[in-house]
Design a protein around this ligand. Structure first.
Ligand SMILES: [Zn+2]
Length: 352
């Protein structure tokens, strides 16, 4: 059995890189349906989930996050498959453990994952009980599968975040609680992100912070504020999209360069032209690290190339770095003496 402060201990030593975004990536690959966004792929195409875990592992993720995002009871009810919930959740947890075991020196952390329930209503106490029940069954399964810690993510209500955190603490595990700041940058029940994080820290969260829906540019100022306010570790897990002050979230982005998107809303499946490149994600990771943020990752839209760039920005050389770009041998842009000069001249004349 690993130590009860395994995550905190790791964060005291170095950054912990956490690849997320399984939902978007498996949708893009044709294994998951946008809309309901339920990860039935775990049961229907386990090989696809395992493959993506492996790609994130090779790219340098320190954590294998069990793909149980949106596999909670409310979502399973929505698609009429509540009977599959336990099988799906446990299968996802075992896949994360299997691939973590392929990492070197038993160093890869395994995280359980609970998330926004979409039924929490601050004015309806009955929903609070129901939400707690949903969290409870999931954290028990995660604890039974011996995860190292649990991430409660994409939570937009302070009240719901507290319920998630308490459920995790009650099974004796460390918790990462990461909040989503919608357009106004506040939680839906009126709390500021900072006030919420301060209370979550007091309750016993190991890490507090933010994930999803904001790109690096519009998440950084908010997580920096959280970093300045709390004493515990902070998470920054943006989406890799170029959100701006005018369009602070990926749901709000508009694409004036394209008139063929249904409802004219690029979210969620036409965000391609807004994607941050690997250099932008490396820059984000360096900035976050310099600000004192140690739990660093990428959410919906993440690809293994983003994770590898972040790992390299942290001074690491994950297995996939073997294939990081080396343009010296490019036929026209390179400078290797074995290359044909005529092509380099062609490129120098900017005719490529
Ligand atoms: Zn996300």
């Amino acid at each position: 059995m690993r130590s009860r402060t395994i995550l905190k201990d790791r964060l005291e030593k170095d950054a912990v890189i956490c690849a997320e975004g399984y939902l978007f990536e498996l949708e893009r690959r044709g294994y998951l349906q946008a809309g309901a966004f339920v990860p039935e792929v775990v049961l229907e195409h386990p090989e696809a989930v395992i493959q993506l875990h492996r790609e994130f592992l090779r790219a340098g993720s320190d954590v294998m996050v069990a793909f149980t995002y949106y596999a909670h009871r409310e979502k399973m009810r929505l698609i009429g498959k509540e009977d599959l919930i336990e099988d799906l959740q446990k299968s996802a947890l075992r896949m994360a453990r299997q691939v973590a075991g392929e990492g070197k020196d038993n160093a890869i952390l395994i995280a359980g994952n609970i998330c926004n329930t979409n039924i929490y209503d601050q004015n309806d106490a009955a929903t609070h009980l129901e939400v707690r029940k949903m969290f409870d069954e999931q954290v028990v399964w995660a604890a039974e599968e011996n995860v190292d810690f649990i991430i409660a993510e994409t939570i937009a209500h302070h009240g719901e975040a507290k319920l998630a955190l308490q459920a995790i603490l009650d099974v004796g595990l460390e918790a990462v609680v990461s909040l989503v700041g919608h357009g106004e940058g506040r939680l839906r029940d009126g709390y500021s992100l900072v006030d919420s994080c301060l209370e979550l820290e007091q309750m016993g969260a190991t890490v507090v912070g933010m994930n999803c829906n904001r790109g690096p540019a519009t998440m950084m100022p908010l997580v920096e504020e959280i970093r300045r306010a709390v004493d515990c570790h902070v998470a920054a897990i943006p989406v890799p999209y170029r959100t701006t002050r005018a369009y602070p979230t990926f749901q709000s982005l508009e694409d004036p360069g394209c008139n063929c998107i249904p409802d004219n809303r690029p979210f969620p499946v036409a965000l391609d032209p807004f994607t941050c490149n690997r250099y932008e994600m490396a820059l984000f990771a360096r900035k976050a690290y310099q600000a004192g943020i140690r739990f660093i990752g990428v959410c919906c839209g993440a690809g293994p190339h983003h994770i590898r760039s972040i790992a390299e920005a942290m001074g690491r050389t994950p297995e996939a770095s073997k294939y990081s770009p080396d343009m010296t041998k490019h036929y026209a842009l390179g400078n290797d003496p074995k290359l044909k000069k005529v092509n380099q001249v062609f490129a120098e004349q900017r005719k490529l």
